[in-house]
Every structure is written in C-alpha cells, then in structure tokens.
Design a protein around this ligand. Structure first.
Ligand code: FE2
Length: 287
C-alpha cells in the first residue's frame, strides 16, 4: 500500500498523512451509524466525561469498563449546573469507545480491511491486533481539547508497538480542531505510563518515566489540516494534540489503535478485555 518514500517519511516524522484512503460513502456510513448509537444512548445517572486530564480518569469505573463495550462519553461542558444538557444530546457527546470495532457490524466493516492491514504491516506492526476504537465528535462550539500526549502512555506494550490510525470523517481544519503532531517527536522517550493501580476496580495512576516536557501546543507542533477520507498513521511515541472546536462545524474522526501480537501487553494497562472477547488481528477481513 505504501511507497518506500512514504515509509521513510513515517520513520522520520513519526506520522504519515495518506489522502483519499477511504471513500466519502464509507465516511458517511460510519457517521450515520455513530449518530444512531448516540440516539439510542441513555445517559447514566453517574455521567462519564472523557478528557485526558488525569483528575477525570481517576475513579472512573465506566471508563475502565469501556475497553470491551460501546460507551458514549459526554463533553465536559455538556451539562449545566443543574445537570441538564445545555444542547441536544447528539451535540453533547465527546466520543464513543472503545470496542465498537468488535461489537458493531458497521464499525467492524470500516476497521477490518485488507488495505489497513497492509499499511500496518508496511509501518512495521508485526501481527497487528486491534486493541481500541474511538469515534470522536469534536462538536461545534463545545468540542474539547485533547491535551498533548503519546498513545503508548495509554496502550503500553514491551517493547512499544502501539500504532494509531486516525480517519478524518469530515474535513479537519484549524478552525474545527484538527490534529497537530510534533515531527520527529517519536524519537524522544516515553514520558509516562497510565496504569491501573490498587485493589479498587476504578484506581489508576500516572507513572512518570521521563520528566522532559512534551512539546507545547500549538507552536511546537504542526497542524494536519486534512479533508474527509484522509488517514493519518501515528507512531505510538509521537506527541500529538488537538485544540478545542469553537467553530460552528463539527470535526468527526474515527481512530483505531493496533498493537503487535508478538509482544507483551501488561495486565496493568487500563484497557483489558475479558477472556471470552480476545483481541482480533487486523487482517481478520470483514469485507
Ligand atoms: Fe492519541
């Protein structure tokens, strides 16, 4: 799938932009299905808000359970002081995660494809297993920032193998909160690990490995403004970030994370699947 130049660019920069990887029809179909899932979703009394901020993740039992389910996470600003939604539910969801690729036929079709499996192999993921999927809405007006991070913090293997596949389902621009990346930043160390901890089933902790600050957004990163249908491949060590969406246009994206099946996946990773729902290889082609 990838040329030698593209593979070289991925190794040099830590990311690769692949234009026109998926058709606009497939993007539309995934958007339609995501909207249906949200439509059917009933918020629990104990609302779950997604942010990479440590305070919110800690003590969040639903988040830890979502590794094997389809769960809708609300935007931080979605509710007013009385706990009522400030805007209609379809415009209040931050993301859906983290196992739709194995639970929902539309997501399965989009994820398990021969071309994506080939790209994973091209960039060096041996025996790629799909560990996580996320549908990110980046809602108009309230879509929150995703702070600068390295994916290997959240999906660690020994040695590091996690690779992100980020699909633009709508045009991603500076105005609606496109992805930003730090070219070459994957050659620096992994800063921290996000681990399950303690005896509670909701305990997590960040363990510092390297105190060097991550690149400061936005000036130490470059924006990846891309049209719908574009795939961005991300090395698991690459620092990346996206800003809030204060525009009137949404910025839907879908991400898939793969790890190598040939390496160790520690049991302290936040995302754990039950024995009866094992991870599947990306080349388990559903279509
Ligand atoms: Fe990420």
């Amino acid at each position: 799938m990838l040329t030698g130049d593209q593979i070289d660019a991925f190794r040099r920069d830590g990311y690769l932009v692949v234009p026109d990887f998926v058709g606009l029809d497939a993007c539309h179909e995934l958007r339609r299905r995501a909207e249906e899932i949200v439509d059917e979703w009933e918020p629990s009394s104990e609302r779950t808000v997604f942010t990479t901020d440590a305070r919110v993740r800690v003590s969040n039992r639903e988040f830890l359970a979502s590794g094997a389910t389809t769960w809708c996470f609300f935007e931080e600003d979605a509710f007013d002081a009385d706990g009522e939604l400030r805007q209609p539910k379809p415009l209040s969801i931050n993301k859906i995660g983290h196992a739709m690729h194995d639970l929902d036929p539309a997501f399965e079709r989009f994820t398990y494809t021969a071309p994506l499996a080939e790209i994973a192999r091209d960039v060096g993921v041996v025996d790629p297993l799909v560990v996580q999927s996320m549908y990110i809405f980046k809602q108009p007006g309230i879509g929150g920032e995703v702070t600068c991070h390295q994916d290997a913090t959240f999906l660690y293997t020994d040695p590091i193998s996690v690779t992100g596949f980020w699909f633009a389902l709508e045009d991603a621009t500076l105005e609606n909160g496109c992805l930003w990346a730090a070219p070459g930043g994957h050659c620096t160390g992994l800063r921290q690990l996000f681990k399950r901890s303690g005896t509670d089933d909701d305990g997590t902790v960040f363990e510092i490995l390297d105190p060097t600050p991550l690149p400061a957004p936005p000036h130490e990163l470059v924006p990846l403004e891309v049209p719908a249908g574009t795939l961005v491949v991300l090395d698991g060590r690459l620092p990346h970030w996206s800003g809030a969406n204060r525009s009137a246009r949404s910025r839907h994206a879908y991400t898939v994370h793969c790890i190598s099946g040939a390496v160790d996946y520690p049991s302290w990773n936040w995302l754990q699947r039950p024995a009866d729902r094992p991870l599947r290889r990306l080349d388990t082609v559903a279509r």
